[in-house]
Write a protein that binds this ligand. Structure first.
Ligand SMILES: Nc1ncnc2c1ncn2[C@@H]1O[C@H](COP(=O)(O)OP(=O)(O)O)[C@@H](O)[C@H]1O
Ligand SMILES: [Mg+2]
Length: 491
């Protein structure tokens, strides 16, 4: 199949695949976001839970301590490492709750830290920045969490107050927490792998589906297209019949079919008016042609009547002259009458299947074979035709051809007939003086002639006969080379 980017077919194809692709990307993005949010939420809750547990623990230590519960005593309460109070040491607390614990005073100076021994050099944890203290104080739940990414995961560090028995804040508790998302990441990876597989499958299905869908749609479109190409105003148009078309195509076909009907109707009307017009013209012409000789006839009869003298000795010769003149005029009238009746009486073609070659040969017998030559592509060219009418066509064309050759030239007329797989061509070529460009559009009109004695009906008759055989006639003409008339029949 050939695919251009603008064809409907490739558009369907590409949009379908694009859609699947887009959907998969959107699902991917949404899923990752969802996972991230869930993981964050989980860690937030976990941190809060831990914080609560640590605080409960710290509160119980504060309740049981023998020290006064004051900021500056905290370092003794949590640092004491003695055997009796061992459980209250900050490192013990950190061990139980499995996370580092820092306690700052309200100004942000570190009091005790479970990381003390190896973080001693680390100044950054010794003093809290002022903004953190401010944030804790400003937040409604007196709590603040900072997050930052580190190579081993996301750190969340929570800050909240430690209160004394009177619920007055005496210190700031800091729990640095590494949000370990490996579990979530694994699950996400698993899910994405499955999603990828499913979408790969869907992509394959989409490709196959869109291939057949686009083929189905464009197939009917192509059928319509083929028929539309054959539309012609000169012959009957075929209606479209497609089995099981889809809705849009069937609308298109309906429109086309009704157009064919209308076209046929108007073609019929046009033919009707053309016929009527032709007949009107013809009647006018006949009247005109017959009137022409009538006037001189009337005048001669009148003058003969006036000058008639039976005693005139030359009356005999005068009468003969007069009669001769009348006979001539009558002959002209009769010629006109028969030419017109020939044209008018053009019978319906009596089509019979036969060999065209001998019929044309026969029509040329009247002419000098030196002047009119005949060639044929085959000995037998079978065609459905009216023998008499085709002979008349050949006769008229050859007569015109001979007449077109000026007196100072030897006529050389070539009549040829040849056939192709589905057509038959008959051509008549002369070496005459050509058809003047200004006459070319009119030569097939009845009564058009450039000759003194011509009736101008020859080519009109030829054209009518050719059309009776569903054929076409046209010509090429050149002032120097002469003229070729070509007749084209469908087999
Ligand atoms: N072979 C030809 N070469 C030049 N002119 C031609 C040829 N055939 C026809 N014509 C032109 O077409 C006109 C019409 O021809 P036609 O209908 O046969 O009428 P007529 O022969 O009576 O004039 C001619 O008068 C002539 O001018
Ligand atoms: Mg003629």
């Amino acid at each position: 199949m050939k695919l251009s980017l603008t064809s409907l077919r490739s558009k369907i194809f590409l949009s379908m695949i694009g859609l699947v692709f887009l959907a998969s990307i959107m699902i991917l993005v949404v899923t990752i976001m969802q996972y991230k949010e869930e993981a964050e939420d989980y860690h937030k809750k976990r941190l809060l839970r831990k914080e609560t547990a640590v605080k409960v623990h710290i509160n119980s230590i504060l309740e049981n301590t023998s020290f006064e519960v004051k900021t500056d005593k905290l370092k003794y309460i949590f640092k004491s490492n003695g055997s009796t109070r061992g459980l209250s040491s900050i490192s013990e607390l950190s061990r139980i709750h499995k996370m580092p614990i820092n306690i700052y005073d309200l100004k942000g100076n570190l009091i005790v830290s479970s990381l003390w021994h190896f973080k001693e050099k680390n100044d950054s944890i010794k003093h809290l920045p002022a903004y953190i203290i401010k944030k804790i104080d400003e937040s409604p739940d007196k709590r603040y969490i900072i997050k930052h990414e580190s190579p081993d995961g996301e750190y969340q560090s929570s800050f909240s107050y430690i209160y004394n028995r009177q619920f007055k804040p005496i210190a700031i508790l800091n729990l640095p927490y590494l949000a370990d998302s490996t579990f979530y990441k694994k699950e996400l990876e698993e899910f994405l792998k499955n999603l990828g597989l499913i979408y790969l499958l869907m992509l394959l299905i989409a490709i196959v589906l869109s291939y057949f869908l686009s083929r189905y749609i464009t197939k009917s479109l192509n059928t319509v297209n083929d028929i539309l190409k054959k539309i012609s105003f000169s012959k009957e148009n075929q209606k479209i019949i497609i089995k099981n078309p889809n809705e849009e195509i069937s609308q298109l076909i309906e429109t086309y079919n009704s157009m064919v009907d209308k076209l046929e109707e108007s073609a019929k009307k046009l033919a009707q008016t053309e016929r009527e017009e032709a007949w009107r013209n013809m009647a006018r012409q006949v009247a005109h042609e017959i009137k022409n000789p009538l006037t001189p006839m009337r005048l001669s009869i009148q003058s003969f009547q006036m000058t008639f003298d039976p005693d005139d000795p030359g009356i005999k010769s005068k009468f003969d002259e007069f009669a001769q003149m009348l006979i001539e005029q009558i002959d002209i009238m009769s010629r006109i009458a028969s030419a017109f009746s020939d044209f008018a009486r053009m019978p319906q073609a009596n089509l019979e299947k036969g060999n065209l070659v001998p019929v044309i040969k026969n029509a040329l017998k009247l002419y000098d074979p030196e002047q009119v030559r005949f060639v044929s592509s085959d000995d037998e060219i079978l065609f459905n035709f009216d023998k008499n009418q085709i002979q008349r066509v050949i006769g008229n064309l050859v007569k015109n051809a001979l007449q077109s050759v000026p007196d100072d030239r030897e006529p050389d007329i070539l009549v040829s007939v040849r056939q192709t797989a589905d057509k038959i061509f008959i051509s008549v070529t002369d070496n005459g003086s050509g058809i003047a460009p200004e006459h070319q559009s009119r030569i097939f009109e009845p009564k058009f002639t450039t000759k003194n004695s011509g009736m101008g009906l020859g080519l009109a008759i030829v054209k009518k006969i050719v059309e009776n055989h569903n054929g076409k006639i046209y010509f090429n003409s050149d002032k120097e080379m002469g003229t070729t008339f070509i007749i084209e029949f469908d087999k």
